[in-house]
Write a protein of this length. Structure first.
Lengths: 1087, 527
């Protein structure tokens, strides 16, 4: 009774929320402005609602067709005697069946007298029971070989877990992290040892950074290769997590080498859900989520700012345009972070229908998500439609899979400067002045301080620019397999992926924020086409029941086409049309510029031959050997083809006669493998040849005007090739206490050679004609240990507690930065940014040390001199100095002196602990994720604790603790902090509503949950989880270069494409998007 | 490439065909005739054969948006022009490089203003001559690359040029960059052709001789046209000017003075009759300065078509945005050193290049920033100054180049003047003075004194020191100062916020990056 009341309560609350949301949309429509996007979301919701209605009708009709007859009931239990829900029970030879309910009970009508029932459930051995004339059939499902009989996807095939020789981790849909996770990567965060997924931003349009087993590359590309249903190179953000059945992560070279020159960063294979023979299953999932800013910078408020200014600059400084008063003579007090952020709502509707017969099955799904960003005017909504069809024919010798997916994403991009502006803008100013003398300081209807450098009203920024985009991705594939003779299968795989993005930008110049922008409007289109055709032959031979082998051979052709164009204009008389009518701008006429129209197009081909042999001997010994030969048009003329071999062996020790038969360790397997994989994503088409390109403009005196000039823009490198990653992997898999616990330990040793880098060269006219060349140089090593251990801690009929701990340790080291031809020179990392801080770097790449390690940070003595300058420890002697001189760190590196290891931004250990509980109809799960032993440079804190600059920007609350005349921001050890943290990544509590299988529902579950409930950390900044890319940023395209905001002139060493992205740098000065905390309320329905 | 397209098509066609057949097969499956199954097998087998048979392993690249140099681009006259035109684009970066180099002199300072312009001590090291080859590699490498990128680009085109006039012009341009490299770094590379091995390092005297030879050989074929199509290009007067500069500093470069040759070359320019002093001194630096008859060599700039002329952003105070109604707030950096400002007398027309005193908004209201009136004082109290007005306001700023009002771009339209007639008179005067022809020297200098509304020099008052000072006043921030100070032996002396530096600082270190890459390069003494 109590349960029912609770259920009703939650249901009514849930529906209220839903209804609220709908009516809110309606209200906005009635109001003014923003008509188009709102209508779109309304129509999508209306559409979903009508689909739902139709669906219900179909179901009602469908159920009435059921005939009458003998009824068989029963209960399915697991080993421990607990009811097993979701077990498929099917009458053999028919398409009729049912699923067990939450208590494991089931009921089947109209069962023929001589029927056989098939009980199946993933992870359990399927059973067939002849009913005879019984009307009650209770069965116990056996999970004896649970994990071992599971099949994992290994690329161009599958393998039983017990036969695996490589390091492959599978995450199934039911293990996915719950929460607001539109990107599949968020769903497996913390689930795979060694796969570090970092989300440093709360921006719904940002993608997490993924690094598998450390930093292996600089310019070679660092993201894993994503393979979705046989399509290679899918943008993972375009896949709907609700469509995914399994994600298999190929971690070591022996597993990944079958993908050759693109596999060095690991391969993530996504398999989508497919229809199964049996009853039609309809699922509907829906949730409403709210997100808030998880933690704010502890900035001064209005009165606090006045008090701080009074203390630092004296009471007389509290006057003038920084401290206006309203009509009643009161000071203003504005929380700018509050002004630019909001509580953001997310809505997700997911509907899937699947079913089929033994020869034909289907699954269709439609997913709609609308996620608002916590920064106003940002967010995205996405519709993903997917249809998977499976047909078997010709005595099951022929099988064809069709995969069709279309994704449309509407994005509203964030101007990452907005939150930074909000942090900097003075709390003593209002958004707008409405009256009085202050009106003179209203620029474009916003309160500003005219002529003040780097102070901009953030609301002006928010309200005067539009930056949005539409991305359409279609992935169409057909995968055909035909068993020509027994054991020999021919496969043909054809795939097409088309990815098109339209971005629009427009800003209005009549305010201080965008005054320099001239009212620029742009439209940019980016298209990519990716075509794949593959033929494989696979032979499966069985020698005995315990010994078999397989041979695979294949050919693959893949073609990548990219093209796009952009147009821009400025100086519009009206801002109403923006990017929708570029021709109306005066810019192209008054201020012609050759950046007003741009276009590009390129193509690359990848041709591959691959093979694999697997031998499973006597259930004890497994050997796998693979080889792939990749040829790419992108590679240099002397290195068009690369060969990527691997070999691995497994030894099932527990099968040996000498192995003690006990229940403590009932399965033990040793795996050893070595292989080579390549990394070539950092090479773009045409990178290896000498090119003419645009070389600025030149003045034609006869014409009296400027013309575009041509010149050599790229050096030739006929030797350009992939990076080579050699990797050794040793793994130990074990199961304990009758398979109640399972785990594995992996050790790996990776060495990347021929690391790609954009090296400085002299334009000597001998070999080089411009200043950089993309070349293979240097080595990086990563060694590590991974651990995964878990199982059912409590196994009771009505209570189950499953826990798993996953940890990874990685040691990264730069092994070499030169080869016989080149020396990489001094590569500076982690820029310490802020006003007057161009050309200040906290790290320098040093051979023998980890990538990004802080080693160029002067030591702070804790003292300031009379002028307020922090005193630093000099490199030689104990004398305090105000400034680091040439004799210090940088010179030390050049002369080969041992650098100072001041902290590694790469974590010593990544750990996650997932727990799931089931108590009767309740379930609960949570994931704790921790990062240990890393160092962060808190640049943000340094920028907002400068008393001498208090009139220039708002500051953090502690600013008055420093000497009043401390004015020059200085990089020092003062800002190095520990980045260790533990986060409650996600949690969820669900309740299975006790519905008896009826004609409306077969199961229903409601839940509450959320992300990022708390973070345990000693870190003083907002959040210790920071950008962790560590690779080289791509060349910033577009030719629009912003003026240096730091008040300095760019004099950095490196041209774009050479400066690595920071690791462990907290620099809000460069713009940021706060992380969020979210709460969710949702429902899963199965019909 | 067609093959590839055809191949992909074939794969898809075959796949489709197979699927079509398969559907038929399913439809007819009931009959279960083995014939059909064999047919299907044959079909699939054939498809596989087709696929592998056509499988091309051709990995050649088809380009669409770029031009491989191995192609035919450059064969037509227009294409040739598009390749040769931008060789002058490198000249446009003269301003960009030298506004930094000039901070090593006593006429320009980029003090640290609170948190601004600290930049890791970069500006302080430049000003105080405490730069290091590794720490400041970025600056040096940028200057070096500027010279040799342009030389290599010229060499690349020069080989294919047959027109003797154009050949002479490009050799002159190449000599200009060699001359700059030699002036900045001393012992550098002579690069006159493509290919070969790692280029060798030459002595400063050898490079001097090479530059002289190149200019003299090119000279007869150079055009004597001025302005129009030759605006901003190498012609006879530009070559004369470079030779004059080379000879003027010959003692520094080779140890042997060449004063008479300075006079010979400067005479060529004055006697050509193509140039005259502009009555309005500041018209040489206006937004439309291309019309000035005084300009011998300039690099054309445009706020939108050829950006880079942004001296106003570097020097003006943040609040000056309101004075000139600029799109963005200037960066408040460059100023002049107090003593240098004081070397101008108040009545000197040229002193108007400095902005001092109260600043006003465009509407005439006095500017206030951070609670203080925006008043520029020539006095700069210390190199590192506190935050707030005390650090933001000191220092006279420059408006020698007219500041473009109502400009929303950071770049301006003024062309940057590399050589002008005023300098020609001063060079000839200096040469005469050093040869003992004080009378001729006074005549030349007084042409400029008169324009500046300053009293004339006499043979008695025009000392060498006065010559240097007058060059400073006439040519301030035109980026000749480093060369002048070195020639007059003043560059390494102490001045405000700078102690005396070693004599070896008159040559910059060979950039560390270049030494790493070219084993033939030896570092300059003192580094």
């Amino acid at each position: 009774m109590a349960y029912k009341r609770f259920t009703k309560l939650i249901q009514s609350f849930y529906y209220k929320l839903m209804m609220n949301n709908f009516s809110k949309v309606g209200q906005t429509i009635g109001g003014a402005g923003q008509v188009e996007p709102v209508q779109r979301s309304l129509s999508a919701q209306t559409f979903l609602r009508s689909v739902l209605t139709m669906l219900t009708m179909v179901l009602l009709l469908g159920n009435q067709v059921y005939a009458q007859g003998r009824t068989v009931t029963g209960r399915v239990t697991d080993n421990a005697g607990g009811g097993l829900p979701g077990v498929s029970i099917q009458i053999k030879g028919t398409q009729r069946g049912t699923n067990s309910d939450v208590e494991g009970r089931y009921s089947l009508t109209d069962v023929p007298a001589n029927a056989t029932l098939v009980y199946s459930f993933i992870g359990y051995v399927s059973q067939e029971i002849a009913v005879g004339n019984r009307s009650t059939v209770d069965i116990k499902m056996s999970d004896d070989t649970k994990a071992l009989e599971e099949v994992v996807v290994v690329g161009y095939g599958t393998s039983k877990k017990k036969d695996l020789t490589g390091a492959v981790t599978q995450v199934t849909a039911k293990e996915f992290n719950p929460g607001i996770n539109p990107n599949p990567l968020q769903a497996i965060q913390g689930k795979v040892a060694g796969l570090v997924i970092t989300t440093s931003s709360g921006d719904p349009n940002s993608n997490p950074t993924v690094r598998l087993r450390g930093y292996t590359s600089l310019a070679g590309g660092s993201e894993p290769l994503y393979v979705v249903d046989g399509m290679i190179g899918v943008p993972i953000s375009q896949i709907n997590p609700n469509d995914i059945e399994t994600i298999d992560v190929l971690k070591d070279a022996s597993a990944a080498a079958i993908y050759g020159s693109r596999a060095a960063n690991g391969v993530i294979i996504v398999s989508t859900k497919r229809g199964k023979a049996g009853q039609t299953v309809v699922t509907f999932n829906n949730y409403v989520g709210v997100e808030t800013i998880s933690r704010k910078l502890d900035l001064l408020d209005g009165p606090g700012y006045q008090a701080a200014v009074t203390k630092i600059e004296g009471a007389s400084a509290v006057s003038g345009s920084r401290f206006p008063k309203d009509a009643s003579g009161n000071f203003y007090n504005t929380d700018w972070i509050d002004q630019v952020t909001r509580t953001a709502v997310t809505n997700n509707h997911n509907l899937a229908i699947s079913g089929g017969s033994t020869t034909f099955s289907y699954r269709g799904s439609l997913d709609y998500i609308k996620q608002d960003g916590i920064v106003k005017n940002t967010g995205f909504n996405r519709i993903v439609g997917r249809v998977n069809l499976d047909q078997k024919a010709l005595d099951n010798r022929l099988s064809v899979q069709y995969n069709l997916q279309y994704t449309q994403t509407d994005q509203k991009f964030a101007d990452n400067g907005i939150v930074r502006r909000a942090a900097q803008f003075l709390p003593t100013l209002p958004v707008r002045f409405t009256e009085g003398a202050n009106l003179a300081n209203n620029i474009g209807n916003y309160a500003e301080i005219p002529g003040a450098f780097d102070l901009f009203n953030p609301i002006a920024g928010l309200e005067n620019a539009t930056n949005n985009g539409i991305r359409n991705t279609a992935i169409i594939g057909a995968n055909l397999k035909y068993e020509i003779i027994d054991g020999l299968t021919l496969g043909v795989n054809g795939q097409l992926q088309s990815d098109n993005t339209n971005n629009n930008y427009s800003s209005s110049p009549n305010n201080k924020y965008y005054a320099a922008n001239n009212g620029r409007s742009e439209r940019r289109q980016y298209n990519s086409q990716n075509r794949l055709a593959e033929v494989t032959l696979n032979y499966l031979g069985t020698i005995s029941s315990k010994t078999n082998f397989s041979l695979l051979g294949g050919y693959s052709f893949q073609q990548f086409d990219n093209d796009g164009f952009g147009a821009a204009n400025n100086q519009f008389v009206t801002n109403d049309l923006g990017f929708n009518n570029l021709g109306l701008g005066a810019g192209t006429l008054l201020n012609p510029s050759n950046t007003y129209a741009t276009s590009y197009r390129n193509r690359a081909n990848l041709i591959s031959f691959f093979g694999r042999g697997i031998l499973n001997l006597n259930d004890r010994y497994n050997v796998t050997a693979t080889v792939r030969r990749d040829g790419s048009s992108k590679f240099g003329a002397n290195n068009k083809w690369g060969v990527f071999p691997s070999i691995a062996a497994g030894w099932n020790i527990s099968e040996e006669s000498f192995f003690p038969k006990s229940n403590v360790v009932n399965f033990l397997k040793l795996r050893v493998g070595y292989g080579q994989t390549g990394n070539s994503e950092g090479i773009n088409a045409y990178n290896s040849v000498q090119l003419y390109g645009q070389k600025g403009t030149y003045f034609d005196g006869a014409l009296g005007d400027f013309l575009p000039g041509y010149g050599i823009t790229q050096n030739a490198n006929p030797d350009l090739k992939w990076e080579v990653l050699g990797q050794t992997n040793i793994g130990l898999d074990f199961q304990m206490f009758g398979n109640r616990f399972s785990g594995s330990i992996e050790y790996y040793n990776k060495l990347t050679n021929d690391v790609l880098y954009n090296i400085n060269v002299p334009a000597d006219g001998v070999k080089y004609f411009t200043n950089t060349i993309l070349a293979n140089i240097g080595s990086i090593s990563n060694k590590g240990v991974e651990l995964s251990f878990g199982g059912d801690i409590v196994q009771k009929a009505d209570f189950n507690w499953n826990a798993r701990i996953i940890g990874s340790y990685n040691a990264n080291k730069v092994v070499s930065l030169s080869n016989d031809q080149f020396n990489i020179g001094q590569v500076r990392f982690n820029p310490f940014g802020g006003r007057g801080l161009s050309d200040v770097f906290a790290s320098v790449l040093v051979v023998g040390r980890p990538l990004g390690e802080f080693n160029n940070v002067p030591t702070f003595t804790g003292q300031y001199n009379a002028a307020g300058v922090p005193l630093l420890k000099s490199a030689t002697g104990d004398k305090s100095v105000t400034e680091y001189k040439d004799t210090d760190a940088a010179a030390g590196f050049a002369t080969g002196n041992t650098p100072i290891a001041q902290g590694n931004p790469q974590p010593f250990f990544n750990l996650s602990l997932s727990n799931s509980f089931r108590y009767k109809n309740f379930d609960m799960n949570f994931l704790l994720r921790g990062v240990f032993g890393n160092t962060i440079l808190n640049n943000t804190r340094a920028n907002y604790l400068i008393p001498g600059s208090i009139l220039q920007t708002n500051m953090l609350r502690g600013v008055t603790d420093f000497p009043n005349n401390y004015a020059v921001n200085v990089l020092s050890t003062n800002y190095l902090e520990s980045g260790t943290f533990v986060r409650l990544n996600n949690w969820q509590i669900g309740y299975n509503v006790g519905v008896k299988p009826n004609k409306y529902f077969s199961s229903a579950r409601i839940y509450v949950g959320g992300n990022n409930l708390f973070v345990l950390t000693g870190y003083k900044g907002v959040d210790p989880e920071l950008q962790a890319a560590g690779d080289l940023g791509g060349n910033p395209g577009g030719g629009q270069v912003a003026a240096p905001a730091a008040g300095g002139v760019q004099t950095g060493y490196f041209a774009p494409g050479q400066a690595p992205n920071p690791i462990g740098l907290d620099n809000a000065g460069a713009g940021f998007y706060p992380k969020t905390r979210s709460f969710q309320l949702g429902v899963n329905l199965t019909f | 490439m067609q093959k590839n397209v055809r191949f992909v098509k074939t794969v898809f066609l075959n796949t489709t065909l197979v699927m079509y057949k398969h559907i038929n097969a399913v439809a007819n499956y009931k009959s279960k005739t083995s014939m059909k199954r064999i047919n299907l097998k044959v079909l699939i087998g054939c498809s596989a054969l087709l696929l592998t048979g056509q499988a091309c392993t051709d990995l050649s690249e088809t380009t669409y948006d770029v031009l491989p140099t191995s192609g035919t681009f450059g064969s037509t006259a227009a294409q040739k022009a598009a390749l040769i035109g931008p060789l002058y684009n490198g000249l446009g970066n003269y301003f960009d490089q030298f506004n930094v180099i000039n901070t090593t002199t006593d006429e320009q300072i980029v003090p640290t203003r609170g948190g601004d312009w600290g930049d890791g001590g970069n500006w302080q090291r430049l000003y105080q001559h405490t730069w290091g080859p590794v720490t400041d590699n970025g600056n040096f490498n940028s200057w070096w690359s500027w010279c040799y990128n342009n030389i290599t680009a010229i060499n690349q085109q020069l080989g294919t040029v047959t027109d003797p006039a154009l050949k002479a012009e490009l050799r002159t341009l190449r000599a200009f960059f060699h001359y700059q490299a030699m002036d900045l770094f001393g012992n550098v590379i002579i690069s006159d052709k493509l290919g070969g091995t790692s280029p060798a390092q030459s002595t400063r005297a050898q490079v001097y001789a090479f530059v002289e030879k190149e200019l003299l050989e090119a000279y007869p074929n150079l055009s004597d046209k001025v302005g129009g199509e030759f605006y901003g290009r190498m012609n006879k007067p530009a070559a004369d000017m470079m030779l004059a500069k080379l000879y003027l500093n010959a003692q520094v470069y080779t140890g042997t003075p060449q004063w008479a040759k300075v006079i010979e070359r400067t005479d060529n320019i004055t006697k050509s009759g193509k140039f005259s002093l502009n009555g309005d001194f500041f018209a040489n630096f206006s937004l439309q300065n291309q019309a000035s008859p005084e300009i011998i060599l300039a690099t054309p700039f445009s706020s939108t078509k050829r950006g880079g002329m942004n001296i106003q952003m570097r020097t003006l105070h943040y609040a000056n945005q309101l004075t000139y109604n600029l799109g963005s707030s200037p960066w408040n950096g460059y100023a002049t050193v107090t003593e240098f400002y004081n070397s101008f007398e108040d009545k000197d027309v040229r002193k108007k290049m400095w902005i001092v005193g109260q600043q006003f908004a465009a509407d005439g209201k006095a500017l206030v920033a951070d609670g203080a009136s925006v008043i520029f004082t020539p006095e700069i109290p210390s190199f590192v100054m506190p935050a707030g007005p005390a650090g933001a306001l000191p220092g006279a700023r420059s408006q020698k180049y007219e500041i473009q009002r109502n400009n929303s771009f950071n770049d301006m339209d003024n062309d940057f003047v590399i050589y002008r007639l005023g300098d020609v008179y001063l060079m000839r005067a200096e040469a005469n003075l050093r040869l003992g022809n004080a009378g001729a020297a006074v005549t030349d200098v007084n042409l400029l004194r008169t324009r500046a509304a300053m009293p004339a020099y006499t043979a008695a008052t025009l000392t060498l020191n006065e010559m240097l000072a007058e060059r400073g006043r006439e040519l301030a921030w035109e980026y000749h100062r480093r060369q002048d100070l070195i020639r007059f032996g003043q560059y390494t002396k102490a001045w405000r916020f700078k102690t005396a530096s070693a004599e070896t600082r008159t040559i910059f270190p060979i950039p560390n990056d270049q030494i790493v890459l070219n084993p033939n390069l030896k570092q300059n003494p003192g580094y």
